[in-house]
Design a protein around this ligand. Structure first.
Ligand code: GLU
Ligand code: ZN
Length: 492
């Protein structure tokens, strides 16, 4: 049996970490099984639909390098793969259910349904929901309602007795009493639009989906879907509901925790390989020690059995760490071209990027590479080279455990050591040692000497290694900035 899985997002918002993880799990499972990964756009909710979300879906998967075997744009034997292009089909199947007595037309007005609901609340009825008013209309009654021009919905006839069980690969058997399944849910709305449940089940069946991997929040829909498969007389696929993605506080990952849209991560400068690697590790592992996986690795080794049952925790710090690792693995050339848009955006280099600027950016890379967590870090790290905004607040120069007086001494004496050393061509290690000795003489920590020097030169507390900064800035400019800082310290 060929494995066929699908990622079936609704384009009602930007692709977020949880959704992309679902896509990745499906994709890697398909690849590792030699199967097919299908993309289906579930755009039945026309009110929440947006073109921007659909474009974001395509852009995100493209950026990650996740290619779908069948789906929009590429097509395939079971298309169309966009639900709004399949409405006729859902109608046909819903009407077939009516013919078979598994579903029925309901003519209730919203006003009547609201009245029923209010009465249920008032009488504290333990039965909530649609009262099955239209479940057994006679042909005459129907004809009469049709004659009045009322457009019916189609509702599924959910058995009132018995139980429905579905098996989930991770969770085991999940059983619900049929009376607790939503009473006779709408399958087809009066305007002919399908609901999620109908379209989802029909498409999974017609597209030959073998395994459904989706977020755990869809578990409550499971029994209803099984009842739908039964009503159609179809074999349900294998279910594998994925553990939730949580923030570190144990709450479902949301904007409260930080960025969740992949577009945001991309904009900040996360690399696709870091996102793929880390996001796949949220709720999945190969063993208890392997951390680095390329996309190609995962295409081979991903197994459903290794999906965790417990919720996965999305740790932003851990992602930063992964991203830093992947940044350091980039060639200087690639990193230079990845950093360029950030430098252009900051106005440090021109939009045209001249040959000279290209060379300049490339020359920065060896120094910034080690210090970057995200690509956008290149801006604060190199900004001292492109603009000169001296720090005037003395407190920024003063390291922990030092004071104003010692900071001035460190700046004054330290500059002399540094500049004369460099002019004489002393080795960096030697100059560094002399600076360390200065801190000992002043009886302050090493940073008490290095911090003010660094702030003076780079106008910032986040910066490149000291000697790299000086090399990039040039000795004259370094000297000018150091003198300026000393003057500022003395005069203010
Ligand atoms: N369209 C649903 C969603 O956005 C798909 C759920 C499923 O995979 O069945 O999550
Ligand atoms: Zn009704």
């Amino acid at each position: 049996m060929e494995v066929r899985v699908r990622y079936a997002p609704s384009p009602t918002g930007l692709q977020h970490i949880g959704g992309v993880r679902t896509a990745l799990f499906n994709y890697f499972f398909a690849k590792s099984m030699g199967g097919k990964f299908i993309l289906r756009v579930e755009d039945t909710d026309r009110e929440r639909y947006s073109d921007e979300s659909l474009q974001d879906l395509y852009d995100t998967l493209d950026w990650l390098g996740i290619k779908w075997d069948e789906g929009p744009v590429v097509g395939g034997p079971y298309g169309p793969y966009i639900q709004s292009e399949r409405f006729e089909l859902y109608k046909e199947y819903a009407e077939k259910l009516v013919k078979d007595g598994k579903a029925y037309y309901c003519y209730c007005t919203p006003e009547r349904l609201e009245k029923v609901r209010q009465e249920q609340i008032a009488s504290k009825s333990d039965y909530q929901g649609y009262d099955r008013h239209c479940a057994n209309l006679t042909d005459e009654e129907r004809a009469d309602l049709e004659a009045q021009g009322i457009k019916p919905v189609i509702r599924l006839r959910v058995p009132t007795e018995g139980k429905t069980t579905f098996h989930d690969v991770l969770m085991g058997d999940i059983t619900r009493k049929n009376k607790d399944v939503s009473p006779d849910p709408i399958l087809l709305k009066s305007d002919g639009f399908p609901t999620y449940h109908l379209a989802n089940v029909i498409d999974d069946h017609l597209m030959g989906i073998t395994h459904i991997m989706r977020a755990q929040e869809w578990i409550p829909s499971g029994p209803l879907h099984i009842l739908l498969y039964e009503a159609f007389g179809w074999e349900p696929p294998i279910y594998c509901h994925l553990p939730m993605v949580m923030g570190k506080d144990g709450q479902k990952l949301s904007k409260r925790h930080g960025s969740t849209s992949v577009r945001d991560f991309r904009a900040k400068g996360y690399l696709p390989e870091a996102i793929i690697n880390y996001v796949t590790m949220v709720g999945w592992s190969l063993d208890d020690h392997t951390e680095f996986f390329s996309k190609e690795d995962l295409e081979k080794c991903f197994k459903i059995e290794n999906i965790h049952k417990a919720p996965g925790v999305f740790d932003y710090k851990k992602l930063d760490w992964f991203n830093g690792q992947y940044i350091r693995e980039c060639s200087d050339e690639r990193l230079a071209s990845l950093c360029t848009p950030y430098l252009q955006e900051a106005g440090f280099i021109s939009k045209e990027e001249t040959e000279e600027e290209k060379k300049l950016v490339l020359s920065l890379i060896p120094s910034v590479k080690e210090r970057m967590k995200v690509l956008s870090d290149v801006v604060p790290l190199t900004s001292f080279l492109f603009k000169d905004e001296p720090v005037t607040d003395k407190a920024v120069y003063i390291a922990k455990g030092s004071n104003e007086e010692n900071t001035l001494k460190a700046l004054d004496e330290g500059s002399r050591i540094l500049l004369s050393g460099l002019k004489e061509g002393k080795a960096e290690a030697e100059i560094e040692e002399e600076l360390v000795n200065l801190s000992k003489t002043l009886e302050i920590k090493v940073n008490g000497v290095f911090q003010p020097i660094r702030v003076a030169i780079t106008n910032s507390t986040v910066s490149l290694p000291l000697f790299d900064s000086i090399r990039l800035l040039g000795l004259d400019e370094t000297e000018r900035r150091l003198e300026r800082a000393i003057k500022n310290f003395k005069e203010n």
